[in-house]
Design a protein around this ligand. Structure first.
Ligand code: G6Q
Length: 562
């Protein structure tokens, strides 16, 4: 046996006896049908579940046995999962390629907690920012923060991209029920001017507050949109040098780690809300990046969301692997991706307010675990991060579910549902529309697991020629997450669950889930092309023939329209 906690090099992961035992197990058992598993263990649906921080996970419809789960836990043990969890919570520099601690858990630690970075307890810093956010949010919400002309703020536009946008958008949509309805909240991310134009076209600058969210405050899209916002405000509210300072002071705040760049833009640091380099962009929705969330739902609800995050953190940190919800979900994802060959995961919230949750998860999961080298820089010889995607139910049922039910690919699904609706709506049959929604969720997971055999299809009187078309093989794995209702606490717990689930997978794959060099590349790539596109004279182009031709064609059509 290899030492149990050493970090494996890429090839040593697949050479580990625990990995090979899982491969052997998958060969023996992999095709075993969920019908057989439920027949052999009728109480399986009550047994294979775990509950934490208000979330109930039924994983009985995953293609696993007790042996699979034991072997996965053994693999986790061999990869040092519990030591790595402790290292993250301790503030070790586990983001090795950027030499940083990974401490989003400190963002939701209670005021009395202690988490040190380089000998400094960061928890009081976190709470100082939260308190400033709360004071500011209250002033905007109660109307005592006014714009340049003395009118109260009715519109908030958060400008940011990637990690500085997807979390706030998702949280705003998810918690819209709890939001200040008299106010308008919008989000601008794309460098495509249509995004800004559509977000502002019906708003009055005198009543609009911009939050410029950028960890680095150097991101092209965000700074371009921030300049557009500045021009939009100044056009309407006065553009003398004196006015400019006053307008910016009343209509712009910043969220960043880069005070110097914020000041250069013209926003005073007393209107900047800070965070720290130990918070990754995609792990930052509960930092000051969530200022728009707090403005929308208020301090109390925001703190309830943080408490939900923290409840899941504590569960993750202190619960044995057997009952540990994020660890289990992460290990099931490993089983599906590496041993059953699934390349994607469908995330299917049966809750319309979670319509942006799959988009948010795409960044969280794919930016974190879309890596091809292990921590030691060796190319991995196993699949890493699967593709996450999804849409809310029941809409997806009328489009892509066909492929999940009857296609040739294995697509594990995460169903997410709530037992109580936020909008009771009687249906014509005397029940509530919510019952119909949830009936669909439950029925879908049942159909995916058990399918419909040829004998069953025939027994329905189906003509022989149609029987093959109407057979559902079943054995499509899914997990179901149920919570009582969607509220700030539950949302926090749900996001923390996926954050930690991503971490667990990254630990097994021995990759750095917290860097994003691919994103950095994108930030640099367009610079050269932008310069070539901008000039009025035809530039010397030294790209490949395709790139050169595209640039020339774009320049020609842009200018002549011919
Ligand atoms: C997230 C990534 C990335 C980042 C954006 C915006 O983890 O690092 O999506 O959030 O590129 O960066 P700034 O916040 O620095 O503008």
């Amino acid at each position: 046996m290899e030492p149990s906690v050493s970090a494996p090099s890429s090839s040593s992961l697949t050479r580990r006896p625990q990995w090979q035992a899982l491969q052997e197990h998958a060969r023996e058992f992999g095709q075993c049908h969920l019908r057989e598993l439920f027949a052999a263990d009728p109480a399986r649906g009550e047994r294979l579940q775990v509950e934490a921080a208000g979330l109930y996970l039924d994983y009985s419809k995953q293609r696993v046995t007790d042996k699979t789960l034991r072997l996965l836990r053994e693999l986790a043990g061999a990869c040092g999962l519990q030591e790595r969890i402790a290292a993250m919570f301790r503030g070790d520099r586990i983001n090795t390629t950027e030499d940083r601690p990974v401490l989003h858990v400190a963002l939701r630690a209670p005021a009395g907690a202690r988490i040190d970075v380089d000998g400094r307890n960061v928890v009081p810093d976190v709470h100082a920012v939260l308190d400033r956010m709360a004071t500011f949010s209250e002033r905007v919400r109660d109307g005592s923060w006014t714009g340049h002309t003395g009118r109260r703020v009715r519109n908030v536009i958060s400008i940011g991209i990637g990690g500085s946008d997807l979390g706030p958008v998702m949280a705003y949509e998810a918690l819209r029920h709890y939001s200040r309805r008299e106010m308008t909240f919008r989000f601008v991310s794309n460098v495509d001017g249509s995004d800004f134009a559509e977000a502002t076209r019906d708003l009055d600058p005198a009543e609009t507050l911009f939050i410029i969210c950028s960890k680095t405050f150097t991101t092209l899209e965000t700074l371009t949109n921030a300049q557009a916002a500045r021009a939009w405000c100044l056009r309407a509210l006065g553009d003398t040098a004196v006015d400019e300072g006053r307008v910016i002071a009343k209509h712009f705040v910043a969220v960043s780690t880069n005070a110097a760049e914020v000041q250069k833009f013209g926003i005073d640091t007393n209107r900047m809300f800070g965070f720290w380099d130990w918070v990754g962009g995609r792990y930052s929705m509960d930092s000051a990046i969530g200022l728009s969330t707090m403005l929308a739902i208020g301090e109390e609800n925001f703190r309830a969301m943080l408490a939900g995050f923290h409840a899941m953190d504590e569960h993750f940190r202190s619960t044995s692997l057997q009952r540990n919800l994020p660890a289990l979900m992460g290990l099931l994802a490993i089983w599906n991706a590496n041993f059953l060959g699934a390349a994607t995961v469908a995330v299917l919230p049966y809750e319309h307010y979670l319509k942006r949750f799959p988009a948010y998860l795409q960044q969280l999961t794919m930016e974190s675990n879309g890596k091809h080298v292990s921590l030691d820089g060796a190319r991995v010889d196993y699949a890493t991060g699967p593709i996450y995607w999804g849409e809310p139910g029941t809409n997806g049922q009328h489009s892509f579910y066909q492929l999940i039910h009857q296609g040739t690919r294995l697509i594990p699904c995460d169903f997410i549902g709530f037992c109580r609706t936020l909008n009771p709506m009687p249906d014509p049959h005397g029940g509530d529309q919510h019952d119909l929604l949830m009936a669909n969720l439950i029925a879908q997971s049942e159909a995916l697991a058990f399918g419909k055999t040829a004998a069953e299809v025939k027994a329905e009187g189906t003509p022989a020629v149609l029987v093959p078309h109407r057979v559902f093989e079943g054995n499509r794995p899914s997990s179901t997450l149920l919570a009582e209702r969607l509220d700030p606490h539950t949302l926090g717990a749900l996001v923390a669950l996926y954050e930690h689930c991503v971490f667990v997978q990254g630990v097994i794959w021995n990759i750095d889930s917290f860097d994003q060099w691919g994103v950095e590349l994108g930030k640099a790539l367009a610079q050269r092309t932008a310069a070539e596109i901008a000039g009025s004279n035809d530039p010397e182009l030294g790209h490949d023939s395709s790139t050169n031709a595209l640039i020339r064609r774009y320049r020609r059509l842009r200018e002549t329209g011919a």
